[in-house]
Design a protein around this ligand. Structure first.
Ligand SMILES: [Zn+2]
Length: 192
């Protein structure tokens, strides 16, 4: 199962299990009790009952449009809207929610949503730079830069490598996302 904005669903979010789909009631392979077809089929999703909407991720329609406008000042509003709408739709109706403590709007970089690539931990940031702490701090999403303090890295970022969702037993999780269009990364912090 491949999602555009999640590098490795089985490893990072969870494995598919055979059960009854909460949307179409078919007994088949499901993620979070929703079958692959319902995740991917536009028509089914339109019929998706309101109470299951929390299974889908939240877009950032205004930020996507602003970034696209900054990158392509020559594009018409119509063209920007057209492209942004496809991307918003892929996030809201084609990307399952990732397992965290809080719901959050999926980050975007370079006029597109970013791909969830890893759980942040010291070994991960140390592969990005000789100064892993600096790489971590630089990657923190603008919305949470104020939450950082000097000892944050030492106290909160896990020492061990986190290979998969099964190893995420921490009070604070660090979701690492990468741009689909450049090497830029962003970390979103999620606390209990
Ligand atoms: Zn279904």
């Amino acid at each position: 199962m491949k999602f555009k904005y999640i590098l490795d669903y089985n490893k990072l979010v969870g494995t598919a299990t055979k059960e009854q789909c909460r949307t179409c009631n078919t007994n088949t392979l499901c993620l979070n009790e929703v079958c692959f077809r319902c995740y991917q089929e536009q028509e089914s999703l339109k019929k998706c009952p309101e109470e299951f909407r929390d299974l889908y991720t939240i877009a950032r329609p205004e930020e996507i449009r602003k970034q696209l406008k900054d990158i392509h000042p020559d594009w018409s509003d119509h063209k920007i809207d057209e492209i942004a709408r496809i991307r918003d739709n892929e996030i809201e109706h084609g990307t399952p929610v990732i397992n965290g403590y809080q719901n959050f709007q999926w980050p975007c970089i370079d006029g597109d949503y970013v791909e969830f690539i890893a759980y942040g931990c010291k070994p991960f940031y140390n592969t990005l730079s000789k100064n892993g702490k600096e790489a971590f701090e630089k990657s923190i999403h603008d919305e949470m830069k104020d939450d950082l303090y000097d000892e944050y890295w030492e106290e909160r970022v896990p020492d061990e490598i986190i290979n998969s969702v099964g190893e995420t037993n921490y009070a604070t999780l660090f979701f690492v996302f990468k741009s689909l269009h450049s090497d830029k990364i962003v970390t979103y912090m999620d606390s209990m």
